[in-house]
Write a protein that binds this ligand. Sequence first.
Ligand SMILES: [Zn+2]
Length: 511
Amino acid sequence: MLRLSAGNRKFLWLGAILLGSCFLDGCGSSREVQEDVPKHDKITSSAKTTKEPAKPSGERTKVHYQKDPVQNTAKKKNIFAGEPHIEVVAKKPLVRKPSTEFVKIDPVALQKAGIRRIAGKHLTLFTDLPQSPAVDELPAVFDQAFGQWCEYFGINPAEHDAWHINGFLIKNKEPFERLRLMPLGNLPFKHGYSQSNRLWLYDQKSDYYRRHLLLHEGTHCFMDTFLGGCGPPWYMEGMAELLGTHSWKDGKLELNYFPAAKEEAPLWNRPKIVSNAVAAGRLRCFEQVLGYGPTDHQVNEPYGWCWTAAVLLDRHPRYHERFRALFKKITDADFNQRFKQLIGDDWEDLQAQWLAFVADLEFGHDVGRTDIQLSPSEPLPPEGKTVRIQADRGWQNSGIQLKAGRKYRLRGKGRYQVADKPKIWWCEPGGVTIRYYRGRPLGILLGALYPNQPDKNTNPFEKPFAIGLETTFTPRVDGMLFLKINDSSAELHDNAGQLHVRIEPAGNGGG
Ligand SMILES: [Zn+2]
């Protein structure tokens, strides 16, 4: 029986990434260039071990800084021969030591090429862009991000003052190519790219998205150098999207920020990417997101799905703790299996949470208020039943099983609040017709049937049926009845009150 060493397991992912990281739309990343890992570690062999086996994640208290791969390769292959203005400096030639090594580039050559250097504590940025506050502050942004990455992954930043990477922000790639500053092997990329402790970005049309891209690639660099890898594509890109999505106000950075409106994050647009995909019939069930391969991120849509998975897991109270611990499995080849083990008996619940989340995904989505419960449900009693629904929450389980082919009468009753500005908006189950949300009156009572046998290609929360004051409903399959009022998942906080829904058999003795 083959048993993979930690290093070998890591390379299964790294090898996969190598295959697929060349033409990425959102970013590319390559963590396979690690000169300090013996080549034979790439072989799946039970006999070989790495030069330095990965420690159990819980013991990973000290990061081993890795040599800059470009610099390292440059020394071996002398790729800078004939270009004496580029000098490779290695103050400490040992690998896996706190990095004081760096590629020193002759300032005269840089100046001639129109490239300037903006120095920060953890990032030195080389760019051909002219001076502007949004560009010149990027190393300071990165330095703030470093502390937040450390906090997220439980690392003491004080022990890693020396951690430093080089970044290249590019308008015109020609001078960077001339100075051999592009990625090793000249791998093409569309927007951003990272290799261990280096990253590259093409300039973007929005200040927000340029920063996002820097933080996205920076997350890859951080995870790679501190955690020893980034995991399978869904986790690697999901984490980079999660920790790259940010708020930057008055010189203060907040990573893992959920933009409340598209204006807060110009060009980022992940919620819209997912809702457009759902509307176009390209629903991805959770399992499909986990199964993204190394070549799937050549277009933008998978970045939307991966961010959505990460943000749900990170913010949902039921999964938060387990998701935050997941990075400890990052070098495991069976990472996805480990993830499923962590979720355990909540796997079915997670599938349902996912469907409800993606069906109603909005900027500023209130994850806490849209939590759904797959609590046990029971058949409708012959005399019917009345259930109570909160106006300030998303889909709520009625606790009632409906039978396929039976006809039910559903009636809503009550008065509740659906907004509080400029004054309280009162509403009844028929909704208010002066404001619409997703084509229906705001506040109208809606229903959805979650099948007992879910179909992975169908999202029961995507096209709810309107109940309003009264309707009849005949389900096509057996399932649980869910109810809510029609409102944006980002605007539930200003709702209040409740309504009552009466569910009765309708003329055929149902239940
Ligand atoms: Zn990426």
